[in-house]
Design a binder for this molecule. Sequence first.
Ligand SMILES: [Zn+2]
Length: 261
Amino acid sequence: MGSRTYRAEAIVLKTLDLGEADRILTLLTRHFGKVRVMAKGIRRPTSRLSGHAEPLAHATFQLARGRELDVLTGAESRSTYRALREDLTLIAAGWYLAELADRFTVDHAPAAPAFDLLETALRHLDAGHPPALVCRWWDLHLLDRSGFRPQLGSCSRCSGELRETAHGWSPHDGGVVCSSCIDRSTVGMPALSVRALKSLRYLLVSDFAAAALLRVDAALERDLERHLRTFLQYVLDRDIASSRLMDELARLPRPTISPVS
Ligand SMILES: [Zn+2]
């Protein structure tokens, strides 16, 4: 009996409702990688476990081995991420992290570095750090830990040294491209400013405490997001659905202070 059940610390990446009251959870576990589990009856009002069956729930899950999918039998919350659940911008950022964590991991392959990175990013989002900074730090470190570290130290096309001048950004080549390689390239290549390059380098080598010291104005924030988004899309060979949601939210007018009478 004992060997049929096990416990796993995990964060819910996504959910899929099934039938009347069931739900399949995709969990990123600390020790067993990504696993999909069946949560039976979880959508009934009487379910004790429903709070643990939402995206971004972080808990120690008790699971029973099943024929196809393992089955959720219990859960103890590890973090509630209360602030993160009450703000649409933070929720969208959390979904963005979860979507990328899902894309960059495969079922049942050990993924402790990705789990730790996700846990760290969610904790700092919840603590009130700027979502854009958390997301860009996450982008770079997720790429790094997944074997797709962008080349930032020398030209990714000719391996030549970089001078203090504007460079190009080429996900296809693997990172920064020197000024002489841009000249010879036939297609238009996005420019990478010296400031953006230095910020990318700094974020890549920094833990979050150090990354949080980086001063990012709105223009730099947009540049970093654009460069990393094209890089991630190139690596994944697809769009990132939740980044479209963040774009939509950024376009919404800010709430005004004066009440409408
Ligand atoms: Zn070059």
